[in-house]
Design a binder for this molecule. Structure first.
Ligand code: FCA
Length: 338
């Protein structure tokens, strides 16, 4: 819009405001203050997970800095996702960041967004097409999944060595969710690092979780623990904190004491209550990646894309670092999470 047209509209709006001055505030004057304010959505699959709440916090920070309106929505399933996109369109949103509940919704999400002229950025879980390949044209920001997985596996191996456990008495329970690429890359990374550290491949067991919550990982690990008798010590890991927490709970239920379990999570946001427990549990630590940074950066990228036509990079990765009971407070304070 040209400057003079904007000026004209502003003065017209002023006249309407004046005309309505004596009566109740008109709709025109109510929206006037927000006129020109860009609206952006931020849709996440598991709003109950602290990871996503911290992502939203980061996105809120971007909204405050750049002065756009952020519409945050939880989208636990496909139906709610498509309905949320419709509602964004009806609200005049210019685009949205999404961590979809199912990556195969990719083509439907993109088609709906295109039809409404909205821009899309995928965060955490990369959209895939009908052929199972990534929708590479949709800008994506997520974890360096393989690297972060490797760090988790290397942490397990180092701590096992420090505790002096014999490989013959030890086994690894890796909770998997292989239908999701970022999850599979992480757990493959864990397994690769364990093997690289000399841990016997035939003592590494996968426990596939049906749902990506604590009950899902608890059930998966429980089924495995029931089958594998004669193990004295367990190494436990998975694609995120929730996966590891459920498996640690399963070791407890099967009679393993905290000193005989080393659990390492990923995210570093969903294990804070666990790390704060007065007595150590089998949950040793987590590979922390910055959810607020991911939320901030994706929201910022989307805003600059809408506002200035600045196309975001198509693939951006975020690294992680180990946090433990000893270090988490210091690291997370520096991150502004605590
Ligand atoms: C996936 C997981 C989340 C988080 C995110 C980065 O979406 O479900 O817990 O690890 O990747």
């Amino acid at each position: 819009m040209t400057f003079s047209r904007t000026l004209l509209l502003v003065s017209l709006a002023g006249l309407v405001g004046l005309a309505a001055g004596c009566g109740p505030r008109s709709d025109a004057s109510r929206t006037d203050g927000a006129a020109g304010r860009i609206k952006l959505g931020f849709l996440v699959k598991q709003a109950e997970e602290p990871w996503f709440q911290y992502e939203w916090k980061g996105a809120d920070r971007a909204a405050a800095q750049y002065g756009f309106e952020l519409l945050k929505m939880g989208v636990p399933d496909g139906e709610k996702t498509l309905a949320a996109i419709d509602s964004l369109a009806a609200n005049g949103a210019a685009g949205f960041v999404i961590c979809t509940p199912d990556v195969r919704l990719g083509p439907a999400i993109v088609a709906k967004a295109k039809a409404a002229g909205m821009k899309v950025i995928a965060v955490d879980d990369r959209l895939v097409g009908a052929d199972g390949r990534f929708l590479e044209e949709v800008p994506y920001l997520g974890m360096s999944a393989t690297k972060i997985g490797q760090l988790s596996g290397a942490t397990l191996a180092t701590e096992m060595k420090r505790r002096g456990w014999a490989a013959a008495d030890t086994a690894a329970c890796i909770v998997t969710f292989e239908e999701l690429d970022t999850a599979r890359e992480r757990t493959d990374g864990i397994i690769a690092a364990l093997k690289a550290a000399g841990f016997p491949a035939d003592r590494i067991y996968k426990a596939p979780q049906k749902t990506t919550d604590i009950p899902g990982s608890f059930d998966a690990a429980n089924a495995l623990l029931a089958q594998k008798t004669g193990v004295k010590h367990w190494l436990v890991a998975g694609m995120n904190d929730t996966a590891t927490l459920g498996a640690v709970r399963a070791t407890e239920g099967n009679g393993f004491k905290a000193p005989d379990v080393i659990g390492v999570g990923i995210n570093g946001t969903d294990c804070l209550d666990e790390l704060r427990k007065p007595a150590p549990t089998g949950f040793f630590g987590s590979i922390y990646a910055s959810a607020p940074t991911e939320g901030f950066r994706t929201a910022e990228m989307l805003y600059l894309w809408v506002k200035e036509g600045k196309m975001p990079p198509l693939d951006t990765r975020v690294d992680g670092q180990l946090i433990t009971r000893e270090t988490f407070e210091q690291v997370l304070k520096a991150e502004g999470i605590l």
